[in-house]
Design a binder for this molecule. Sequence first.
Ligand SMILES: [Zn+2]
Length: 207
Amino acid sequence: MPNISQQLQEYAQYIREWNAHGWSPATSTNYSVRIAPDLMAISQSGVDKSRFTEQHFLQMGISSGQLIAPPAGVRSSAETGLHLALYRVSAETNAIVHTHTVYNTILSERYLAQGYLRLAGYELLKAIDGYTTHESVLDVPVFANTQYIDALAAEFVQRYASEPTMKAYLISGHGLYTWGKTVEEAKRQLEALEFLLECEYRKTAMR
Ligand SMILES: [Zn+2]
């Protein structure tokens, strides 16, 4: 297993690459990795993701929700509570990624009333943990957006209890969260989901 510093360097590199795809405009989006059973490294708030480095990860206790020795004036992402909630409900989850893209923003709005967006029949579903065939169905929950992150985290925890195989969720007019046992798994799922959301959007536009 690579050491933590090396792991965060690689993660920061991925974050810059995703930014180059246009997936994190205007300092938005956030990322984390579990670096010990009760400790995560999470992206600092307000950093331009084209310049994101391993120095921009802050350490926070998962049970406590407290930053470990943060530099003065530095805060973790405004959506930190969503990361904490996910690590707390799933001991298998070790990395979480969150993007704001055109496709995830538009489609999450469109499917809010339905409560989920269904992805079915795509070869790339095999990039999702536990999916072995394109003849699969992945329902991605859609939550209403809010600035009350604790309320959204509670809503997620409730839904996760009834859908423990959940691999991702959307927030309406806002973005996508997905996660994995490793950063690489979360990366693979993120890239597959963003591709599939673009497919869904373009198919709708063709009709
Ligand atoms: Zn966000």
